[in-house]
Write a protein that binds this ligand. Sequence first.
Ligand code: B12
Length: 217
Amino acid sequence: MIQPTELAELFLQGNDREALKQVQQFLDSHNRKKLFDQLLTPAMYHIGELWETNAISVADEHLATAICDFVVSVIDKRREEEHAAKRKVMVLGPEGEEHYIGLKMVSSLFREHDWSVNYLGPNMPLDHAMEAANRWQPDAIALSAALVYRMPTLKAYINKFKELAHAPAIIVGGRAAAFESSRILIEEGAILVKDLEQLEHWIKTGEEPDDEYRISI
Ligand code: B12
């Protein structure tokens, strides 16, 4: 089975055909969550390390991201029939946030569990997100942030979404959500989800993840 660093190399070569072939082979014996957790995310984190240490250029990183984006789009499962009573989720990144591969994976996971997904992409202005939420009435709103300094923006989004009369669940995830400082978002009323494993558990059971940062005395 292909390793994340090998897949990263295919991304860096711009080899979309072979990258897709390898990913589809992986999907023959694994589900999408495993593909995202065990192969694609580590491959992109590896790209991040190469970029951070100047082993690759910005152009290389952009090419790799584009191939990863292509692969995630191709393997996304779209249902042929829409069921009226489906649960609905709106998926977005707040203003200023440009990282969106994680958001696409989140959308894909919700779809796999038969949710109706409105993926609004990254860098979504709050006013327009509110307008869309009022109109579409999603059961959940999923937000993603990669950078820790996004906390004040996330807080503003959560507080605004809390004004929605139909009270959707507000889920926050992404690299930034794995840091202890993100705990304040739980106090703001958000459900903090560290990874896709926890998200799938919430989708299946509605149970919120344990607050790993709570100190018990
Ligand atoms: C590609 C990339 C970019 C691209 C993004 C393009 C795109 N289409 O997304 C571009 C070039 C735009 C970019 C820009 C920047 N980036 Co950048 N980027 C990356 C890189 C290499 C990969 C990102 C990625 O796709 N990862 C793969 C996805 C799948 O991982 P993920 O987002 O964490 O998502 C997973 C989970 O977090 C979770 N998840 C994500 N969202 C959600 C939401 C919910 C609700 C749930 C439940 C779960 C969940 O699910 C996913 C599956 O496991 C990372 C390296 C890394 N470690 O991620 C750096 C990285 C994130 N970037 C970094 C930086 C510094 C920047 C810049 C500030 C650089 C600059 N000086 O301009 C800018 C900031 C841009 C901005 N305003 O947002 C740093 C952050 C360091 C830090 N201290 O936090 C990293 C870690 C690179 C590094 N090692 O230094 N970047």
